[in-house]
Design a protein around this ligand. Structure first.
Ligand code: NZQ
Ligand code: ZN
Length: 379
C-alpha cells in the first residue's frame, strides 16, 4: 500500500427528512446565509421551502443566487461572490446537484478575501480560508457532498477544470433521497455512469490497495444491481437511497486509501466534450471510458481482467470492456461520438482542443498521438 492520510471533515446527515434537523446545527455557523440553487428544481420539488423553514426557525436571514446551470460557469460564480460580499453573508448553503454544490464551494472559498474564481481554479490565487458551506443534495452522482473537489467551466476559453482543497469540504451535508425521486431518467442514468467512472478512476490509480479495490468492486456491483431496476422505477425510494449512498462513497476518499492517487485521465478528456458542446458529465464519461480502456488494454490487461472477473464474471479485458459498453447502452447512455450526434467538424474541433490542452492521466500519461487514437476509438 502507498502511504496515505485519511481526512474527511464533512458531517453528513443521511435519510428521509434529515433536513428537519438543520435549524439545530446552522446557528453555530453564522446568522446570514447565501443560498445557491440551480434553475428550477429546488423550488419545484419543495426542498427550497424546507430549507427556508429551517432558516426561519433558526433566525438566520438569507439572500439567494439562483440559475446555476449544469456544467456550471465561472461567470455565475463570480456574480454570486459579489452578492455574498455585498450582503456580508457568513455561510453558503447549496441546494442542488453537483453543479450547484461545486459552484457554492468556490463561492464560499472566494468570498472572504475577494478572490477571483477562475484565478483560484487555475491556481494563480490561493485562498487560505473559506466560509462554512452547507449542502442539501438533490441529485446523486458526483460525490461532491462529501469531498474536497469542485469543477467549473469557462465558456470563453473552453476549459472545464477541476480544483481540490481541504478548505472546500462541505461543513455539513444533508442527503435526503426523497429529493432525488424527481430526477429525470436521463440524469439518473448519467449519475449511475458517473459513479461507475469514479470507481474506475480510483481503481486505475496506483498502489496495491486491496481493500480499496474491493470497495470499488462492491460499489460497482451495487450500482449495477440497482441501476436497471431504478431506471424503470424512478420513484422507488429504496433504490434512490442506495444510489445516493453509493454516489457518496464512490468519491469521498474511501476508494483511494492506499493509492498514490486515482488516474482521472478519462475525466480530463471528457471535460473537453462538456466544455465544447455542453454534453452532460455522465454522457461524456460513457463515451470516453470504453475508448480509454481499449487504448490501454495491453498495459492494463491484468487489472481490467481482474475487475471484469469480480464484477461481471468474465475472464479477459476484451470481455470486460464489452460488458461495460453493454451496461452503459442498457442504461441508454451514449458509448460513441456518433451517439452524441457530433458532426465531423465538431469532432475535428474536439481533437484540436485536446491537442491544445493535452489532457492526461495522473498515472497513465496520454501522449498527443494517443489523444488522437482515443478519439478514433470513440467513433
Ligand atoms: O438546474 P435545476 O433546475 O436544479 O435542474 C438540475 C439540472 O438541470 C436537475 N436536478 C437536480 N436535482 C434535481 C433535478 N431535477 C429534478 N429533480 C431533482 N431533484 O438536474 C440537472 C443536472 O444537475 P447537475 O447538478 O449538473 O448534475 P450533477 O449532480 O450530475 O453534477 C454534474 C457536475 O458535477 C461535476 C461535473 O463535471 C458537472 O459539472 N463533477 C463534480 C465532481 C466533484 N465535485 O467531486 C466530480 C465529478 O466527477 C464531476 O466532475
Ligand atoms: Zn465524475
Amino acid at each position: 500500500m502507498e502511504k496515505f492520510v485519511a481526512y474527511n471533515p464533512t458531517k453528513l446527515f443521511f435519510g428521509s427528512k434529515c433536513v428537519s434537523s438543520m435549524s439545530k446545527y446552522l446557528p453555530s455557523l453564522g446568522s446570514k446565509a447565501l443560498i445557491i440553487t440551480g434553475k428550477h428544481s429546488a423550488k419545484k420539488i419543495g426542498v427550497f421551502d424546507d430549507v427556508i423553514s429551517q432558516l426561519r426557525q433558526a433566525n438566520i436571514s438569507f439572500v439567494e443566487y439562483s440559475g446555476i446551470k449544469p456544467n456550471p460557469v465561472v461567470d455565475d460564480v463570480q456574480k454570486a461572490i459579489e452578492l455574498g460580499r455585498s450582503e456580508n453573508v457568513e455561510m453558503v448553503i447549496a441546494i442542488g446537484g453537483g453543479s450547484v454544490i461545486d459552484s457554492a464551494k468556490i463561492i464560499a472559498l472566494c468570498i472572504p478575501q475577494n478572490h477571483h474564481p477562475w484565478k483560484v481554479m487555475k491556481g494563480i490565487q490561493k485562498p487560505v480560508k473559506a466560509l462554512p458551506l452547507v449542502t442539501v443534495l438533490t441529485l446523486a452522482a458526483t460525490g461532491t457532498e462529501m469531498n474536497q473537489f469542485a469543477v467549473l467551466q469557462n465558456d470563453e476559453t473552453h476549459e472545464k477544470l477541476g480544483f481540490g482543497s481541504p478548505l472546500i469540504f462541505p461543513t455539513m451535508s444533508f442527503c435526503d433521497p426523497t429529493y432525488t425521486l424527481t430526477v429525470s431518467k436521463e440524469y439518473t442514468a448519467w449519475g449511475l455512469v458517473d459513479i461507475v467512472a469514479h470507481c474506475l478512476e480510483a481503481y486505475f490509480g496506483n498502489g496495491q490497495a486491496y481493500l480499496s479495490d474491493k470497495i470499488v468492486v462492491s460499489i460497482l456491483k451495487e450500482v449495477i444491481e440497482i441501476g436497471d431496476q431504478l431506471l424503470i422505477d424512478l420513484k422507488n425510494y429504496e433504490l434512490r437511497e442506495r444510489m445516493m449512498w453509493a454516489s457518496t462513497c464512490a468519491l469521498n476518499g474511501i476508494t483511494l486509501h492506499g493509492r498514490k492517487s486515482g488516474d482521472w485521465g478519462v475525466h480530463d478528456v471528457a471535460h473537453h466534450l462538456s466544455a465544447l458542446f455542453d454534453i452532460p458529465h455522465g454522457a461524456s464519461l460513457s463515451v470516453v471510458y470504453p475508448a480509454w480502456l481499449k487504448l490501454f488494454k495491453k498495459p492494463l490487461s491484468e487489472r481490467i481482467s481482474w475487475l471484469g472477473n469480480e464484477v461481471f464474471g468474465v475472464k479477459n479485458a476484451n470481455a470486460t470492456i464489452k460488458k461495460l459498453e453493454l451496461l452503459f447502452m442498457f442504461w441508454n447512455c451514449p458509448i460513441n461520438l456518433s451517439m452524441l450526434q457530433l458532426k465531423p467538424k465538431q469532432i475535428d474541433e474536439f481533437i484540436a482542443l485536446l491537442r491544445q490542452h493535452k489532457p492526461t492521466g495522473m498515472i497513465q500519461p496520454i501522449t498527443e498521438e494517443q489523444l488522437v487514437e482515443l478519439v478514433e476509438l470513440m467513433k
